[in-house]
Ligand binder design. Structure first.
Ligand code: GRF
Length: 209
């Protein structure tokens, strides 16, 4: 499976996926390109350090959202990507891109969807809202991307305890640790052909191990 990873920032989720593949935990999978919409994304350095082609596609270089997304789609096709992974990618993919990869785009979100998700809920803002609300449990979600924001069929979720003395940094770190386990697991299940999408739901053949 040829994987294309889209990033915007530090790329710790990308790193977790690189490490899982290099450790042989995801057979027959290769990250063939990393695309960032931020020139300064450290994830680009992570890719280059592992010999993975790393490219920037910047919105400011295009006249419209459509043209920007069209350029991303062109790069994904150029690298013959089978599976798109959004790993800390902070832009909404156009319907054109989503339609080109039906149930073949995976996103990771740092909460238990449908809580604390959707427009405006990204990065530390998610954990800020979690702490402000006072919930006792949060978590991470990996889902297929559909034309909405954080609304596609859910693949895996894992809970994370919120502690009374948490601040945004301690909670971010605890959730990130779970993300770094969950994303490679979801990619492995996809590569093994064990994810069956039935309407809104994803059935995992042979259980989620
Ligand atoms: C983090 O908020 C993470 O929860 C979400 O994207 C942000 C950056 O992740 N998935 P990364 O370190 O760039 O992978």
């Amino acid at each position: 499976t040829r994987i294309g990873v889209l990033i915007s920032g530090g790329g710790t989720n990308l790193q977790a996926l690189i490490d899982a593949i290099e450790a042989g935990r995801i057979p027959d999978a290769r990250i063939v390109v990393v695309i960032s919409n931020r020139k300064t994304a450290y994830g680009l350095e992570r890719a280059r350090a592992h010999g993975i082609p790393a490219e920037c596609v910047l919105k400011k270089d295009f006249e419209s959202e459509e043209a920007f997304n069209g350029a991303i789609l062109e790069r994904l096709k150029f690298y013959r990507v089978d599976l798109v992974v959004l790993a800390g990618y902070l832009s909404i993919l156009s319907p054109e891109v989503v339609r080109a990869y039906p149930n073949r785009i995976i996103n990771i979100h740092p909460s238990l969807i449908p809580a604390f998700c959707g427009k405006g809920f990204y990065g530390e803002r998610v954990h800020r809202a979690v702490l402000d609300y006072g919930v006792k449990v949060t978590g991470a979600t990996v889902h297929f991307v559909d034309e909405g924001t954080d609304t596609g069929p859910i693949i895996l979720q894992r809970p994370v305890e919120v502690r009374d003395d948490d601040d945004v940094h301690s909670l971010t770190a605890r959730v990130l640790e779970v993300e770094h386990q969950l994303l490679p697991e979801a990619v492995r299940l996809f590569v093994e052909g064990r994810l069956v999408v039935e309407g809104r739901k994803v059935r995992i053949l042979g259980g989620s191990e």
